[in-house]
Write a protein that binds this ligand. Structure first.
Ligand code: SOE
Length: 378
């Protein structure tokens, strides 16, 4: 039996498209009881919201998110706004009894995130944060390999997220599309935007992080602000690198920047264990590199596994073996898992509580970069 599950989405930028595509397509590929209905999209600019609704098939438009939350025909609220609005909307949505799918990072900082966790837990509403990379089939496969014990004891975890889109000093900060450069809207720069992804994947694959030692840099110190028209100080971190100790004893090395000329969205991770290692690269997202020391001596080497077979995570739902899927499917998988979990009474993660851990690590990273000292998480 299937039943409708009405989505009210707040915001309609890049992530609004990625999420809408997932809701629109999930039932074509996955057998789910709750079938998403694109019920309403909400944005301050009514004309733009209407155009978005027409393009993606939303049934109605709201221009005030508070009004959206009063609607009885909305089951779940998807928060795709800049980070500084997550807390207020999520708490109000929880109080209105709505399930919540919130864009990453959960909040501006861990204190805000804690309030959000308490609100959803008190209201007992389902909640998830869009850390989508967990659900790239090759990354989910990495999780299965690690959980099966094939790597043995893990010594090293290494991750990068490299981009180059903010190098020009002429690029303004603030407003639509560029709020990620405005500390008042984003909370931080690459730490909350990009490293948060790497941290979420890392703690999912390799467990908790106990302490960090970080450095950050803001290469362009002032930019014109789109909302005020004035040249203003830049408050975000343009680049951030940190060392850390995982609670399982392994060592971590993370780097993110928007100043790595030539790299657009190069998220890479590598894990070295006693018996085997794995590597993954977002630019080649359907492959997982695997090295197993137990292979017969002369044949030992890195294999590049094309993660497109029916027995690879999620892949049995797509095409025939050998045919790859892309970035957008990680969002489809997240919706499938969330709704599948809902039907079973146990919605999938990362929940707000899981994402709070990432937020605490981001806070420790920023605090360490400021003080220059090793900093404990939490
Ligand atoms: C920034 O450019 C960005 O769009 C992030 O906000 C996303 O979370 C990341 O997946 C890709 O890069």
């Amino acid at each position: 039996m299937t039943r409708p599950y009405n989505i009210g989405m707040i915001g309609y930028g890049f992530m609004g498209r990625a999420h809408s595509n997932a809701y629109a397509n999930v039932a074509h590929y996955f057998d789910i009881e709750y079938q998403p209905v694109l019920k309403a999209v909400c944005a301050r600019d009514g004309e733009k919201a209407k155009a978005f609704a027409a393009k993606w098939g939303y049934e109605s438009v709201e221009t005030d998110w508070k009004k959206l939350l009063t609607r009885k025909d909305i089951d779940a609220v998807d928060i795709c706004t800049p980070n500084n609005l997550h807390k207020e909307i999520a708490i109000a949505a929880a109080q209105a009894g709505k399930a919540i799918l919130c864009e990453k990072p959960l909040a501006m900082n861990a204190a805000e995130g804690e309030e959000m966790c308490q609100a959803v837990e008190k209201a007992g509403v389902a909640n998830i944060v869009w850390y989508n990379y967990r659900r790239v089939p090759a990354v989910t496969f990495a999780k299965q390999i690690i959980d099966s014990g094939k790597l043995g004891k893990i010594f090293h975890y290494r991750a990068n997220f490299l981009q180059d889109w903010t190098i020009s000093a002429d690029l303004p900060q603030g407003g639509q599309g560029l709020w990620r450069l405005d500390v008042a809207a984003a909370g931080s720069g690459v730490t909350g935007d990009l490293l948060a992804h790497c941290i979420d994947t890392a703690i999912w694959l390799n467990g908790g992080i106990g302490s960090v030692s970080a450095m950050t840099e803001t290469f362009i110190k002032e930019r014109k602000h789109n909302l005020t028209g004035k040249v203003e100080k830049v408050g975000i971190d343009d680049a951030c690198a940190f060392l850390c100790r995982f609670t399982n004893g392994s060592l971590g090395l993370f780097e993110s920047t928007r100043y790595a000329r030539g790299h657009k969205a190069l998220y890479t991770l590598e894990i070295n264990g006693e018996k085997a290692s794995i590597k993954w690269d977002l630019h080649d997202l359907h492959r997982l590199s695997y090295f197993d020391h137990r292979d017969e001596g002369p044949y030992r080497g890195w294999r590049s596994i094309h993660v497109t077979d029916g027995d690879h995570p999620y892949m049995g739902k797509w095409w025939v073996p050998g045919l790859a899927v892309g970035y957008e499917t990680s969002f489809v998988h997240q919706v499938a898992d969330f709704l599948g979990g809902l039907a079973k009474g146990k919605p999938a993660g990362p929940t707000f509580r899981d994402a709070l851990e990432t937020q605490k690590i981001c806070d420790a990273v920023l605090a360490s970069a400021k003080s220059g000292a090793w900093t404990k998480v939490g």
